[in-house]
Design a binder for this molecule. Structure first.
Ligand SMILES: C[S@@+](CC[C@H](N)C(=O)[O-])C[C@H]1O[C@@H](n2cnc3c(N)ncnc32)[C@H](O)[C@@H]1O
Length: 208
């Protein structure tokens, strides 16, 4: 077998191993998706979800992140939003909608009646087969949420969002730095090494 073919085969074996490892773990622990472990790692590092947190989960389907948030939050409200229908989770309000639309944004404010402690977004645009285009479209969602969080978060609020290390990464990073005092990037162990996915963690609005 040629060397390049051998490398490709060993890479796809590693990806499968990684996926299987977290898939099995999520089934054992009753999580709806492997993505749960990413939020567990993010929260272990930055500790932004607490008992009383009011939290908005964007791109929530099938519900792995919402499940993790629900396990921690006992007295705060949780609102989850996705384009797709999500199986209900006890004590979680779900809205099927597109967060890019003004009407969905208004529903968020109507539900909480006050500004939020935390927004988490694992939103990803539908894949087109063109990795560079997919990355740009997902980063546009991240940009949208950065702008939304300016008016929606409490002054000491936290935003955590997926983004890709694509050509527009610096643009998104600069936008985040223009809105928040603290901006960090973190790639959880449970996110595949080969993927350009990373997570943005921002806190304290610059207006404070
Ligand atoms: C990677 S999945 C999220 C997985 C989820 N965090 C979990 O733990 O189960 C990305 C989701 O983002 C949603 N999404 C993409 N664009 C959206 C938009 N404009 N508004 C709401 N949801 C969106 C997709 O429908 C998809 O379900």
């Amino acid at each position: 077998m040629k060397k390049s073919k051998r490398i490709k085969k060993s890479n796809s074996w590693k990806i499968k191993q990684h996926r299987d490892q977290f898939f099995k773990k999520s089934k054992t622990l009753g999580y709806r998706s492997r993505a749960s472990f990413k939020l567990i790692e993010l929260n272990k590092k930055y500790k932004f979800i607490k008992n009383h947190t009011n939290l908005l989960d964007l791109g929530s389907c099938p519900g792995g992140w919402t499940q993790v948030a629900r396990q921690i939050i006992k007295s705060g409200k949780i609102l989850s939003i996705d384009l797709k229908e999500m199986e209900p989770i006890k004590n979680v309000k779900f809205i099927k909608g597109d967060i890019s639309l003004d009407e969905t944004k208004s529903e968020v404010l109507n539900y909480f009646k006050e500004n939020l402690d935390v927004i988490i977004s694992d939103m990803a645009a539908d894949t087109t087969g063109n990795k560079s285009l997919d990355s740009i479209r997902t980063n546009q969602l991240c940009t949208e949420i950065l702008n939304f969080s300016k008016d929606t978060l409490k002054p000491k609020g936290v935003l955590v969002s997926k983004l890709f290390m694509g050509d527009d990464f610096i643009e998104v990073k600069n936008l985040a730095k223009s809105i928040f005092k603290k901006v960090n990037f973190f790639k959880p162990e449970s996110s595949r090494k080969e993927s350009k996915e990373t997570y943005l963690h921002c806190e304290i609005l610059k207006t404070l």
